[in-house]
Write a protein that binds this ligand. Structure first.
Ligand code: ADP
Length: 475
């Protein structure tokens, strides 16, 4: 089958989080299974995109209100990806360094609505120009949530209405909503289709994608159940669309995340797990002020409420004040208040706490390899990839049991346990889980068995890709 993924991110071209990882891996595994998968993303001014070879393949014009924007599609001509990568160049809207936020100010771009409305139309115009159209259009998150609507209800794109659109929710917290006062910048649409755009008095691309898509998927089975119970006002809608919905647990790209060959870590795995861990921890000690002889507990991720990053300062302080002995490292960007809190902690808890406030792909790999534990105290976790990377690099996850974390992490007290779980979103529960982690750490044999067990777990994409293929083939 011929599948076109349309998304805001795709690793390694442009990644802000798990969406980029998934869109950069699933197509590769679809191709390996004998299908033809391509990816279309906006052309940000990101280093990878600037440095890679591309060829121009198509140009068009998209109307945005009363202006027309020239748009261009370029195809990646390198052969490193394992799938066809297409970039939509949209001058004035996407030729910026950041994906969602301005790296200088740290604030999200205020013309998000205009950006994605133009991108989605550009994608559809490009598809119209193809002799061989995709059999399926796979849309990801609210940035592409209007596509299933546009192909059915915009006269301009109706000749694509026979192509089924799959919509995957990676993160239901962001809806991309905007007021009806902006309806005029949408492409012309059937007057009686207003209701499909609307949710709670606004135009809501996430809700619209859910309503209009042919099949809906979420990135874990547990997350689909959670959205039914709590999804920022979409609960009733998701319940209604349940018959066409399925939760599919993400895989990880085991070619990128491979401790035996990862070029982003200093010491690769070769037979000896304790050596692999201790050598890589030693590398981290050159960069971070942490104790050599104490467990290292790391957080990697967006410093936002969803990820429970706000629980860390108090829980770490409580644990250390109670006499707990472990060093902590935080790698992340996000809420400026949390950033300040972490920078202050670095001085209060010298050698027990250190942080790097940045997005750094290479450092994240080194941290997965050199840490003993990875903490994920998430309020919400649609799938969570970090715990799966942690498994693969012999790092034990400490997680709050929610969404995909509950689906993948079994507490060490249970048969086949692979991590430390806690249920209540509270400082006390998190601090207690740090104490449990340090207790496990001080039993080297058990710790090494656990590491070996986790490194052998199989969360590769093949299984997940087959579930998607099953959906595509049922069209
Ligand atoms: P999200 O909700 O942010 O998408 P996921 O767990 O699905 O969460 O994926 C997060 C991905 O982003 C992982 O690959 C993780 O390693 C990466 N990541 C997050 N923050 C950073 C950072 N500051 N530096 C490097 N990688 C990061």
């Amino acid at each position: 089958m011929n599948i076109l993924h349309i998304a805001a991110e795709c690793y390694p071209a442009a990644k802000a989080g798990g969406l980029g990882d998934v869109v950069g891996a699933l197509p590769k595994y679809l191709n390996q299974a004998g299908h033809k998968a391509a990816v279309l993303i906006p052309g940000y001014r990101q280093k990878w995109i600037i440095n890679q070879p591309f060829e121009h393949i198509w140009s068009g014009l998209v109307r945005l209100g009363d202006i027309k924007i020239p748009v261009h599609i370029r195809r990646h001509t390198g052969d490193s990806l394992g799938f066809e990568l297409l970039i939509a160049d949209i001058p004035g809207l996407f030729d910026r360094e950041g994906i969602y936020t301005d790296p200088q100010s740290g604030f999200g771009y205020s013309d998000e609505t205009e950006r994605y409305i133009v991108f989605q139309q550009c994608a559809l115009q490009y598809i119209q120009s193809l002799d061989q159209k995709p059999n399926v259009i796979h849309c990801h998150d609210h940035h592409t949530g209007l596509i299933p609507f546009m192909v059915k209800h915009c006269p301009e794109f109706r000749n694509l209405s026979h192509i089924p659109a799959i919509f995957t929710i990676h993160n239901g917290v962001y809806h991309g909503s905007f007021g009806w006062s902006k309806a005029w910048i949408l492409p012309w649409y059937d007057a009686d289709a207003n209701g499909l755009l609307d949710w709670a008095g606004n135009i809501n691309p996430l809700a619209c994608g859910i309503k209009c898509c042919w099949k809906l998927t979420t990135v874990s089975p547990g997350y689909l159940l959670e959205l039914l119970a709590s999804s920022n006002g979409l609960e009733w809608l998701i319940r209604n669309e349940l018959p066409k919905s399925q939760g599919i647990l993400n895989g990880i790209d085991t070619q990128v995340w491979d401790p035996e060959s990862d070029p982003l870590i200093e010491n690769r795995f070769y037979n000896d797990i304790s050596r692999f861990k201790s050598d890589n921890k030693a590398v981290l000690r050159k960069r971070f002020d942490i104790h050599a002889d104490q467990p290292l507990i790391t957080f990697i991720g967006r410093l936002v409420a969803e990820k429970g990053a706000d629980l860390l300062p108090d829980a770490i302080a409580k644990f250390l004040h109670e006499g707990g002995k472990a060093s902590f490292v935080v790698l992340g960007t996000g809420d400026p208040n949390l950033k300040d809190a972490f920078l202050t902690m670095k001085h209060h808890f010298t050698s027990w706490f250190d942080t790097s406030i940045e997005y750094n792909e290479a450092l994240s790999h080194q941290l997965y390899a050199g840490s003993d534990f990875l903490v994920m105290p998430s309020r919400v976790e649609p799938c969570g990839l970090n715990q799966l990377y942690a498994f693969r690099y012999g790092t034990i996850p400490i997680v709050r049991a929610t969404g995909g974390l509950a689906d993948t992490v079994t507490d060490v007290s249970q048969p086949n346990g692979n991590g430390i779980r806690f249920d209540h979103f509270s400082v006390d529960a998190l601090a207690a889980s740090f104490h449990r982690a340090t207790a496990v750490y001080h039993h080297p044999e058990a710790m090494n068995q656990l590491r070996a067990h986790n490194m052998s777990l199989d969360y590769s994409w093949e299984k997940a890709a087959n579930s998607y293929i099953h959906i595509y083939q049922s069209t």
